[in-house]
Design a protein around this ligand. Structure first.
Ligand code: DLL
Length: 437
């Protein structure tokens, strides 16, 4: 571990009592800010009979209403923005959703605090200004590239803004410029490991020491594989666009769960059915409240990620609460090649394109790459025995799905009545990947 173990020690090692006091002060101000500036929040709180005067500290958090992804879609694009547009300096957006994607707004203050969170994550894996940080998360609307890029700048590392893809160039820069920290999705890290091997490199040939991998579920087994193939320590990082992006929580040297940056985001675990908060240590849906944001402060946002929180003492010295790796979702969202995909989006395209609602989605991981196969049943009228016609129709439908999701599926048009009917809830998605331990 390098000398500067913490980026902001006064926060990262703050005693619990002080942290709760800080959270309480910030929460009170944040609630007042959203109530005064966002008609949607005001209406929701009025409906629940709770006013900013009822919120005196974190003990009153449970009185606030929840926000869901569908609320965000209904308020598209800027219904939840709490400052005038002239104060905003940036937007980001969730990957691969329909016309009504979630758009998150940031003021300069919001960007700064987010980048601090990413700087904490980089410092926690031993990053310093001596490091060369290769950012191979996508740049653009996705928060991965921008977040780690900003964090790397704050730490003072030499930042390589590679974005994702172009594997040969990634490897060339990694070797020629001596990258020491790699930031990308775990599946891309695994792929880079394989590509290096294929090019004849051994794990010790590169200068990498650590990787910061997140944005999708990955297992301990995958961690070990990546660590072996790249000759590094692989660390997890979690976040979501709605709350800011990567760095909502991050792993430290202990590699046992991710410390939540709770001076900015208060986590809760609730029962997804009853919406009741659950005691520490119990498994349920993760909910976040932003307490330090200007433009897009989510209050009790239901992430749909299933998770466990722990206050167990950590050997790294951080006192920030830890969350386990998310263990699945309480909705049907899939993350395919880093893109958030809802099966209903695929169904929408099928119906728009005149196909039947009899379909099956198969997701798998082959050579560390996610595959998406969509099987669609033709009606008797559509059924054609010319291979040429079917191939052209498959290509066209794949194009329409790509436009909706941003990722390329393999489409298979199959004869009528060949997709098994279900007697209960239709099982439309088969996910063959082993994403959770
Ligand atoms: O994935 C932000 C991010 C970028 C995180 C880079 C880490 C690294 P979204 O595209 O909005 O944002 O997707 C958020 O991805 O609710 C989780 O379901 C999932 N997710 C994110 N990180 C992890 C992780 C970014 N480490 C959604 N493990 C979240 C498992 C993760 N799932």
């Amino acid at each position: 571990m390098s000398e500067n173990r913490y980026y902001q020690p006064e926060i990262e090692t703050m005693p619990l009592e002080e942290m709760e006091k800080l959270q309480s002060e910030k929460l009170v101000k944040q609630v007042r800010h959203v109530y005064d500036n966002v008609p949607f929040y005001r209406a929701r709180m009025d409906e629940k009979g709770v006013s900013p005067d009822d919120i005196h500290g974190i003990e009153d958090l449970h009185k606030l209403p929840f926000i869901t992804k569908s609320d965000l879609r209904d308020q598209y694009p800027d219904g939840l923005c709490a400052v005038p547009m002239s104060e905003c300096v940036r937007i980001h957006s969730t990957s691969g959703t329909t016309g009504r994607r979630v758009v998150a707004y940031y003021t300069q203050h919001d960007v700064d605090l987010w980048e601090d969170c990413c700087a904490r994550a980089i410092t926690a894996v031993g990053g310093t200004k001596e490091d060369v940080c290769q950012v191979a998360y996508g740049y653009g609307l996705f928060t991965g590239g921008a977040g780690l890029h900003g964090g790397s700048h704050k730490v003072g590392s030499l930042t390589l803004p590679m974005s994702s893809g172009n594997t040969e160039r990634q490897i060339q820069f990694m070797m020629d410029l001596g990258s020491t920290i790699l930031c990308c999705t775990p599946s891309y890290a695994a792929y880079l490991g394989e590509a290096l091997k294929e090019m004849g490199y051994k794990p010790e040939d590169n200068k990498l020491k650590a990787g910061i991998f997140g944005a999708e579920p990955w297992t301990e087994e995958m961690r070990r594989d990546i660590e072996k193939s790249l000759g590094i320590k692989a660390y997890d990082i979690y976040g979501l666009t709605e709350i800011s992006g990567p760095g909502v929580s991050f792993e430290c040297s202990e590699q046992k769960g991710m410390h939540v940056n709770e001076d900015h985001f208060i986590p809760e675990i609730i029962d997804p059915d009853t919406e009741e908060p659950l005691p520490l240590g119990e498994k349920g849906e993760l909910v976040f409240t932003c307490i330090d944001k200007e433009a897009f402060p989510m209050m009790r946002y239901r992430t749909r990620d299933i998770c466990v929180l722990s206050r167990e003492k950590c050997s790294c010295g951080r006192t920030l609460i830890r969350m386990k790796k998310p263990m699945g979702r309480s909705d049907d969202m899939l993350i395919i090649r880093g893109v958030n995909v809802f099966p209903s989006q695929i169904e929408t395209v099928l119906l728009q394109e005149g196909y039947s609602p009899n379909y099956k989605i198969e997701v798998d991981r082959v050579n560390n790459n996610d595959t998406l196969d969509v099987y669609v049943e033709l009606t008797e009228d559509q059924f054609s025995d010319t291979v040429k016609t079917v191939t052209a129709a498959e290509r066209q439908l794949a194009g329409a799905i790509k436009t909706m999701l941003g990722i390329n599926p393999a489409v298979h048009l199959v004869p009528p009545k060949t997709i098994a009917r279900s007697e209960g809830k239709a099982v439309r998605v088969v996910d063959k990947r082993k994403l959770h331990d």
